[in-house]
Every structure is written in C-alpha cells, then in structure tokens.
Design a protein around this ligand. Sequence first.
Ligand SMILES: Cc1cc2nc3c(=O)[nH]c(=O)nc-3n(C[C@H](O)[C@H](O)[C@H](O)COP(=O)(O)OP(=O)(O)OC[C@H]3O[C@@H](n4cnc5c(N)ncnc54)[C@H](O)[C@@H]3O)c2cc1C
Length: 324
Amino acid sequence: MKKINHAIIGAGLAGLACANRLQAAGQSVEVFEKARGAGGRLSSRHRLNTTFDLGCQQLNAATPEFSQALQLWQKKSWVASHDQQTFYGLPRMSGLTRQLSKHLTLHLSTRIVGLHKKATGWWLEDEQGQQFGPYQQVTLATPVAQALPLIANHSAGLNQQLAPAEHSPCWVAYFVLPDKLAVARSDAANNAHSSHLRRWTLLNTKPAQQENVQKWVVEASVEWSKKHQDLTSQQVAQKLFALWCNDAALTIPKPPLLLEAHRWLYAFTAQSLGVAYLQDLTKGLNVCGDYCLANHLNHPLSYQAEAAWLSGDKLGQQLTKAMQ
Ligand SMILES: Cc1cc2nc3c(=O)[nH]c(=O)nc-3n(C[C@H](O)[C@H](O)[C@H](O)COP(=O)(O)OP(=O)(O)OC[C@H]3O[C@@H](n4cnc5c(N)ncnc54)[C@H](O)[C@@H]3O)c2cc1C
C-alpha cells in the first residue's frame, strides 16, 4: 500500500474515527485540534474537583457498525451501559475520546486558520502563523460553519455541496446540588416538560459518576437557545436553573454549590447532507462530521454522535482503499 501524509482538522468523534482507520492501515496521520483536549462535543468540564459532560450525554446505535464499535469499546472498558442500549464514556464522555486519541499524533491548542496548496502538497497554518506540512490529503472534521472558511478558496465543488448543511445552537446549564436535595433518581433523566428545555440529566445516574453531590446538566431547546443567543452565560445559567426548578416542581432553599452555563454554537445538525462524507478528489480535500449523515439515520435528534463516527470511519475506509 502506498503510504502518504494525511492531516485531519478536528479531534471530535468524526476526526478520531477517520484518523484511527488511516493509522490502522499504516498511513501517516496528524490531527489538529483548537481545544486543549480531544473530544469536541463529547467534551467534559472540570469544576469543584469533579467533571460535567457538557455536550453529548449518551451513545446509541441505529447501525450494526456503530453497535459493533460500542461493543468493542465496552470490552475495553472505554464505555459502559446499564441496558446494552445506551452507552456512556468512562469515567465521563471525554474518557472515550481520550482513548480514541491515545495513539494518534495530536496537535492540541492548534487552531488552523488557513490551508495553502504548494508544489510539495498541502500546508496548514495556525493562528500563530506556524506552518505544518506537506500533506497529500487534508480532511476537515469540524462543524460545517468552521469548515467552509478553510475550503472557500480551494474547492468550489465542496463549497456548493456543503451549502445546505446547518447546525443549530444549544445553551447548557450545569449545576451542583447537595445530595439529599432535589429529584428522585428514577425521575431524573430525559424528563424535561417545559418546551423551553430539551433535556435534563442527572450525571450521577451514569456509570462511574456516583458522588456525594448531585450534578445536573440542563439543555435548553433550540428555539430558546436561538432567542437567548446573546445573553451572558451567567444570565443564561440563572434562567435555565429557574426553568428547571419549575419543571422539576422544586423549591431550592439555598443557591446551588455551582451554577454555570456553556453555549454550543454548533450543537445539533439542523440540516444534513445524506451522504457519509464528501471529497474533492482532484484537490485531496475531504469533509466528514455529524452533519453529513445525522438526520438521515433512524434516530431521535439527540443521537447524532453515531453519525459523526460513521462519517469519519467511512471516509477513513475510503481513503485507505484509494491507497491500495
Ligand atoms: C448539548 C449537546 C448534547 C448532545 N447530546 C447528544 C446525545 O446525547 N447523543 C448523541 O448521539 N449526540 C449528542 N450530541 C451531538 C454529538 O455530540 C455530536 O453529533 C458529535 O459529537 C459531533 O462530532 P463531530 O466530530 O462531527 O464534531 P465535533 O465534536 O464538533 O468535533 C469537531 C472538532 O473540530 C475542532 N475544530 C473546529 N474548527 C477547528 C479549527 N479551525 N482548527 C482546529 N480544530 C478545529 C473543534 O474544536 C472540535 O473539537 C449532543 C451535542 C450537544 C452540543
């Protein structure tokens, strides 16, 4: 097999799936990630000596491919499940992406701001003006709005094909309550009643997250998130907490031990493309991510991580096949 240099921009589930396929086939792969850790929307945040899954809460499979991946990860203790239907990263969601990135060459805290095609191949430029290359193949595994500016000057074809894809935002509040307070655990998950809330999750119900305080994550609906897009995170945290208290029919006598909010600008696929990935074969440019497939899987809207993994994995297989 011919061995060539691949660059992947984005260390979310899609980018990591693609990178692992290529590396397993003996290709040379480097992954560039603007955040301090891998994971993308499977990331977790550290606060008060504990962690919060801020994005993806659970993994579910509609396809045999992803189901097999989940079984394999379960055997390796990278995920766990109470019922073999819904899986959780161990010890938190980002635990899975830490494992998936463990043997890869990762450039963290490296935001790619430009792609340059030279005689030697593709060169990537980061915010500091540092150049990386040359690569024969570049894959954009970012939300579509973050991929478009990078390929704008390089592939009219990809620009056009990507145009319909879109993500919608989601505000998330996370808070800590003393253990004895709050809602019975059986009543805890996926139980949002208000149309302003999409879902609330008691993180302690997940495997390996039992603690002596209650850790909650409340997701606002897409409509509410859009309407309140420009508020500060403090304002949003207060508002979502009040909505949650109302939903859970609770009066909390003391303020939470922690109350913060995070805005995901590109949270869920609003419009997906219906293809696993896109390629500009003449340029050596490739695109993958949840938005390629998300709304085309037989899934509720919240189950989009599978689409990300499938997209990256299938692109990795295709790039490998092309080398044979
Ligand atoms: C609040 C919330 C709840 C969710 N709940 C669920 C759920 O319960 N179940 C489910 O299946 N799915 C859920 N999802 C969706 C799921 O998390 C995503 O579909 C999936 O993680 C997307 O993976 P990805 O690799 O396509 O993109 P991402 O995870 O977004 O990865 C893209 C990566 O690219 C990086 N990047 C972007 N631009 C650059 C650049 N210029 N240079 C370098 N790096 C860059 C980003 O930092 C990011 O790490 C949820 C999402 C959110 C936000």
